[in-house]
Design a protein around this ligand. Sequence first.
Ligand code: AHM
Ligand code: MG
Length: 336
Amino acid sequence: MQKRVSLTQFLIAEQRAGRVSPDLRLLLEVVARAVKAIGVNVSKGALADVLGDAGTDNVQGEAQKKLDVIANEILLEANEWGGHLAAMASEEVETVHQIPFDYPKGGFLLLFDPLDGSSNIDINVTVGTIFSVLKNPLAGQAKDPTERDFLQPGREQVAAGYATYGPSTQLVLTVGNGVHGFTLDREFGGFVYTHPFMTIPAATHEFAINASNVRYWEKPVQRYIAELQQGKDGPRGEDFNMRWVASMVADVHRILTRGGIFLYPLDDKTRAQGGKLRLMYEANPMALLIEQAGGAATNGHERILDIKPHKLHQRVAVILGSKNEVERVTSYHHEA
Ligand code: AHM
Ligand code: MG
């Protein structure tokens, strides 16, 4: 039988190779533990009264699902006391979440979307957690981090990842040395290293976009998608397939597994707020993973990881996945 490697063994090997500090290893282990707990709650569904609306709105003015609130609380509580974090930020929390006074503070900032794809919760379709890790620029000082300390471009991330709660619970992460996937063994209760060095082919025949928004898109995106839809009969001379789960984690996971392009472009509905998806805890971590797997990620004009954020809950247009296709759509934006 092939020897199984656990997440802990993987992280210890990364630590010995000098790519992960002891504190970052602890952080990733704690996130993995929180993700397991979220997965348990997600999988209980209607049996545990975790479905439906929480009856509250988040900072973005979106109705919170019960599981949004539960997942957020699990991640905040799990990460407060270990001493590895200086502060946290979450899609579900308006301001920076400070580490309680009675716990030591560490050198990292953790950002997350506790439960991405909320519209899929009540219909038993894959949802996930997305997270991003930055260094605390105030490390060694007695000051609490403020929102400004979080506003670093995505290229500064020291780690990023996501979990999918689907037929199996998977954890996919990068610490800057490729993308690595782990599958939760539910009987034994641990993550097993199942997907080493995930890569995205440069070419693809699969795209993901919410095509109901076609009339709101900008011209370059309308042109690109129209060309794909014309298939063999159009300028591309080949057919393309479409998939849209409406959970970014699931769509990105498919792309990391078999290639593809994902677009949530700027459109007339979301222009005023800068896009639909959030830069700091959705686009940035996914962009780092995609680049680490050999793909590309832009907002149509520039590399996502180079965008200098100006606010915590900033939104952004997202085009990511197989390099050839991302470069093509981006060039259409430049031509326009
Ligand atoms: P959420 O963080 O509130 O769940 O919203 C983000 C989700 C993404 O997971 C997904 O790609 C997109 O919103 C789906 O949008 P649409 O409803 O237009 O299909
Ligand atoms: Mg989300």
